[in-house]
Design a binder for this molecule. Structure first.
Ligand code: NAD
Ligand code: ZN
Length: 689
């Protein structure tokens, strides 16, 4: 059975035949996690009770393998499972007296660890351990949550599943819910699983394959029933129509930087834009205004998306945006104040994560691109849930206090505290022109490694594609984009900045670096050669800087521009008058922009490299021959010549330039603008004065 509503079985008997029990558990987990309709990213967990030998006594023991805290069943490896002695886990029941001990019991799970496995057990562990079947799946299926989040969820569970699924009302997971679930499974041998109100489902069996099949069968039963039964059109039908592709894009270009600036005053955020058909169906619908404020129901959903989204008109002006965004923050503060306990962690960022824009789609913003993208995916899960629940009954969100208790749960806070400190450029977006070249790619790598998202712009498509693919492998696909841009074309530069907005929501770091070098004595400098130098290194730097500046001004959270100048911008060199002149112009342009940008916190600085031979394409072309000829030395003597010429007697590499760019791009240089920094291993003629 497979159509657009049901999820297909991916099980391969031949593959499964080669696997042991933990291997089968991992296989099943990865298959389940591969389809976001079965479970959202990072949501759900799976387990198997496996016979093993105790490493100390050699005695046979039963070990519970269960997905540990964190991670995602779709991409996890064997080390993502916690392993616990099942008998020790059982003995926790003897310690447990009442619900006030819940959190303390989570700590006790550590005492049950088998074989010193360092993976922390999750709060769902008892829900697996206490079910008297060898294999247990817990997933957050959109179709089943739709039933679980309906007003009359218990009645619907019976209607859809008859006698094969039990029902337990919403309760935070932990030992208490584990005991209830285990008891229900024992008392009802006819059950193959249980629906948890507002949350998801548990399913079980005594072998891995049957467990997988059961999970899929139950999900598909729910999906098919919902599709047959739900009111159509979804969400009461269209209230407004979608704008055209081009108009939606224009709205995103206008709104994303405006929103980003307003919510990034304390921490920079990266954006994501989604306008898939299911998003448009919801944001354009008659029920948007009533459903959106109810918030998401599944705890996993709202931990990622915040308790509720903010609706923004596609043509909102600055005053409207101020009012809406401030209003959201005030509401969030009121929710925190009304629900907080005496020991609650301090209020977190009160800004919305999901922005719904009728006729356009949705934007999500988070501390990095992957988190923003995943938040948008979670909201699509939530839309699917609302479509189902409201189509057959009335959708209900979790009560505010319950939502708060999860969002500010001390165990959740402890998880956040364990996260590594954000990198220095987290949430920032950089544009590097000539990003496929020697110095440009080293700069991009440095910005990426410090947590920024980077758009590489270059005229050389083949090198660009290769560089972007390699960075995507190292830093993740989410963080990097490439766009073919000729910096001498006004429209191409505008398109480059547009690409940055659509990919990440705005721009904070602009690195002007694309360049060429053609050398000639003055009398041999043709007008064409002169103009080419001016076009790429002069006009190109101007166009890129101007577009970046306009965008930074609109965002209103400052920004950093770094121009890659040259030692030749400060000191004259023979046989390269066009290049030297335009490099000097770059430095003066940076100073002018530093003056105008200062009131807005836009800093403009210059890094002057000299003689960076390694990796540079400039030094593979005619420039190499010209320089060697002009110096009357062999081409292979150039590197050594420049090294010896420097005061420090050292060669300069692209990574050295990247370090200086990083300094000017980051807050390390927050109090520096209009400056230049030579990275030339020391050259007295280029000293600043
Ligand atoms: N390598 C050095 O010794 C040195 C010294 C001083 C200054 N610089 C400056 O550093 C910058 C980078 O130089 P590099 O050594 O990495 O050279 P490179 O040739 O390795 O990289 C330059 C990149 O710019 C791209 N580019 C050229 N024209 C373009 C255009 N019109 N639009 C978009 N992209 C274009 C090229 O495709 C290339 O990928 C240049 O501005 C150069 O003047 C280099
Ligand atoms: Zn769950």
């Amino acid at each position: 059975m497979s159509n657009s509503v049901t999820v297909p079985s991916l099980w391969d008997d031949a593959k499964a035949a080669s696997l042991d029990e933990p291997g089968l558990l991992l296989y099943r987990s990865n298959l389940l996690g591969a389809d976001l309709r079965i479970t959202n990213f990072g949501g759900g967990n799976t387990s198997a009770k496996v016979a093993a030998k105790d490493p100390l006594t050699g005695r046979p023991v039963t070990v519970l393998w269960v997905k540990g805290s964190g991670g995602d069943i779709g991409s996890m490896k064997l080390d993502g499972f916690a392993t616990l002695y099942l008998d020790k886990l059982e003995s926790l029941k003897g310690l447990y007296k009442d619900i006030s001990q819940e959190d303390e019991m989570v700590h006790n799970l550590n005492h049950c660890t088998f074989d010193l496995n360092p993976r922390a057990a999750s709060i769902d562990t008892c829900l697996h351990g206490y079910v008297p079947y060898r294999h247990v799946d817990h997933v957050h299926s959109d179709a089943v949550i739709a039933i679980a989040a309906a007003k009359d969820s218990e009645k619907l569970t019976k209607e859809v599943f008859g006698n094969e699924m039990g029902y337990l009302p919403w309760q935070r997971p932990g030992i208490d819910l584990g005991i209830k679930l285990g008891r229900m499974a024992e008392e009802h041998p006819e059950y193959v699983g249980v629906v948890l109100g507002s949350h998801g489902l548990f399913t079980w069996a005594n072998d891995a394959r049957s467990c997988y099949d059961t999970t899929l069968r139950i999900i598909n039963k729910a999906a098919t029933w919902l599709e047959r039964t739900r009111r159509k059109p979804a969400f009461g039908g269209e209230a407004v129509t979608a704008l055209t592709d081009a108009e939606r894009q224009a709205a995103a270009l206008h709104l994303m930087p405006e929103i980003r600036g307003r919510i990034s005053k304390h921490e920079m955020k990266t954006g994501h834009f989604a306008d898939a058909p299911e998003v448009l169906e919801f944001v354009n619908s008659r029920e948007l205004e009533t459903l959106a404020p109810l918030g998401t129901s599944c705890p996993d959903h709202f931990l990622r998306t915040k308790i509720r989204p903010l609706i923004v008109p596609h043509d909102a002006d600055a005053a409207t945006l101020d009012r809406l965004i401030d209003g959201y923050r005030k509401d969030y503060g009121a929710y925190y104040e009304a629900c907080k306990h005496s020991n609650s962690p301090a209020m977190r960022d009160p800004n919305a994560v999901i922005f719904l824009v009728p006729r356009v789609g949705l934007f999500s913003f988070a501390k990095d691109k992957a988190t923003a993208r995943i938040a948008a995916e979670f909201y699509v899960n939530a839309i699917n849930v609302m479509r189902g629940a409201n189509g057959v009954s009335a959708y209900v969100g979790l009560p505010a206090q319950e939502a708060f208790n999860i969002e500010y749960w001390l165990l959740e806070e402890a998880k956040l505290q364990r996260l590594p400190k954000p990198k220095s450029l987290a949430g920032r977006v950089g544009l590097v022109t000539g990003g496929a070249g020697g110095i440009g790619s080293a700069i991009a790598a440095k910005l990426l490694s410090e947590g920024a998202c980077v758009v590489l712009a270059d005229i050389d498509k083949a090198s660009l594609d290769e560089t972007v693919a390699s960075f995507a492998g190292t830093y993740g696909k989410d963080a990097v984009r490439g766009i073919v841009v000729d910096v001498t074309s006004e429209q191409a530069v505008i398109d480059g900045v547009t690409a940055a907005i659509l990919a990440f929501g705005g721009l904070d770091i602009v690195v002007n670096n694309a360049g060429i070098t053609i050398a000639a004595a003055v009398e041999d400098t043709t007008l064409e050669l002169w103009n080419k130098n001016m076009a790429i290194l002069g006009t190109g730097y101007f166009l890129v800087a101007r577009e970046g500046y306009r965008l930074m001004k609109r965002q209103g959270v400052g920004g950093a521009m770094v121009f890659i100048g040259s030692k030749n911008g400060v000191t004259a060199s023979p046989g390269a008058s066009a290049y030297c002149s335009v490099k000097a112009a770059e430095i003066q342009l940076a100073r002018c922009m530093a003056l105008e940008g200062a009131p807005m916190g836009i800093r403009v600085n210059v890094v002057n490299p000299d003689a960076v031979l390694r990796g540079s394409k400039i030094w593979q072309g005619p420039w190499r021959q010209q320089r060697a000829a002009s110096l009357k030395i062999g081409e292979d003597e150039l590197e050594e010549h420049y090294r010896k010429r420097s005061l420090l007697q050292r060669s300069v590499y692209p990574e050295d330039i990247a370090e200086a760019v990083y300094f000017f791009a980051s807050d390390l240089s927050a109090k520096s603008t209009g400056n230049f920094l030579n990275v030339d291993a020391g050259n007295a003629a280029a000293f600043t004065r």
